[in-house]
Design a protein around this ligand. Sequence first.
Ligand SMILES: Nc1nc2c(ncn2[C@@H]2O[C@H](COP(=O)(O)OP(=O)(O)OP(=O)(O)O)[C@@H](O)[C@H]2O)c(=O)[nH]1
Ligand SMILES: [Mg+2]
Length: 460
Amino acid sequence: MTSPDAADTIAAISTPIGEAGIGIVRLSGPRAYAIARRLFRPHRPRPTCQSHRLYLGHIVDPQGEIIDEVLVTFMRAPYTYTREDVVEINCHSGYGVLRRILDLALAAGARLARPGEFTLRAFLSGRLDLTQAEAVLEVIRARTETHLQVAAAHLQGGLGRRLTRVRQDLLDLLARVEAALDFPEEAGELPPASVQEGLDLTLRSIQALADSYEAGRLLREGLLVVIAGRPNVGKSSLLNRLLNMERAIVTEIPGTTRDLVEESITLGGVVVRFSDTAGLRPAQDRVEELGIARTRERLRQADLVLYLVDASAPAAPEDGVALAELAGRRGLVVINKIDLARSLSDAELSRYTDWPLTKISAKTGQGISALREEIVTQALGGGLKVKGEVITQARHHEHLRQCLGYLGQAHDLLATYENPPWELVALELAAAIHELGEVTGEEVGEAILDRIFGQFCLGK
Ligand SMILES: Nc1nc2c(ncn2[C@@H]2O[C@H](COP(=O)(O)OP(=O)(O)OP(=O)(O)O)[C@@H](O)[C@H]2O)c(=O)[nH]1
Ligand SMILES: [Mg+2]
């Protein structure tokens, strides 16, 4: 597969547009060298520029006016990101400079690159498989070390290689089944048990990958932890404690927080977004009513709920109602204000919920580090398991799920019949193979590519 407009030479600003030491304008395509040579005047005049060398000089406009002093790298195909000729112009970073150099490149015959087009070309030229191309964006976006590790492994092609291997195993299996179909007299030599064996091995491998998505999704999307409870129990104080900053307003007046107050930190290798909410009670005015509606909405989206109660006040029936509504969700009951005299018993709370109880004082900080650990344990099952390959993209997970469905059908056919309907087995195998091909990009439609690369920014 090659790009329909591979003959174009594309150009874009590949660094964020803003004031900085260095910015880069990148060109890729058959005329990249020629275009760059028209703008670039090296300090020491030379007839040719060698590949993968850095040259110092000026960018000049057609009138001969100097735009900027730059370092230019010329890189000959195929040893480049896109496998085309690539030129990178390192200039000073500022909107005016970058824009001017890009405009000169466009005027000299380049076309403005579409979002993700450099990486798309790397994919179409076969330098990256689709999982690697997608990993480029993931590496760029990774905010935790763990996520970066996983994304970097994908970029190295680990996931793609594993899937290609599995797909090849299935192709071999399919070839055996088709041979038996084409030469029925030899079909007797294809014992269902032997096909089943190969199939089950593949099934287990794909199942393990699909299962890793639970951890992968958290790595990619982070975790939403919602702090809820009646007014004045100390929700905003807890948020501030967890963040180590005075993010939310705290007062002794019940109903202080009305809107959502949210901030993220990293916990156990995952970005955790804490949401402090309006206290749950019958609303006293319109603003509070809207605030409580937002709280309920956020509670529905939460990966984990911290339900806060005040240790110095007796349990209220409203807590029972709220906890009952949250039954079946992941959560912790957090008993706050344990620095005060207690009038709330654990037994009372345990009547309402089977969530674990944790005791803290948002005021003194007591119990906060234990709470942090408990959040990681509850939400991530004791920390993120990122051994081996981890799926992080919903798209991959969906195809693997489909693939497992087809393989499951094939498995059932083989298990049910002494003389299996091999045509059907072949169909299921072919469908499963197709799903894997969609992940690696070996069988992928243009619409999907547009969607994937459309998420990239300009210049990637
Ligand atoms: N003694 C003690 N007081 C606390 C503790 N946590 C919070 N408070 C006090 O309780 C009052 C209410 O705290 P907030 O954090 O505003 O409570 P809230 O749950 O956010 O309240 P609303 O926003 O009104 O729903 C404030 O006066 C806090 O100083 C604690 O652990 N111990
Ligand atoms: Mg509050």
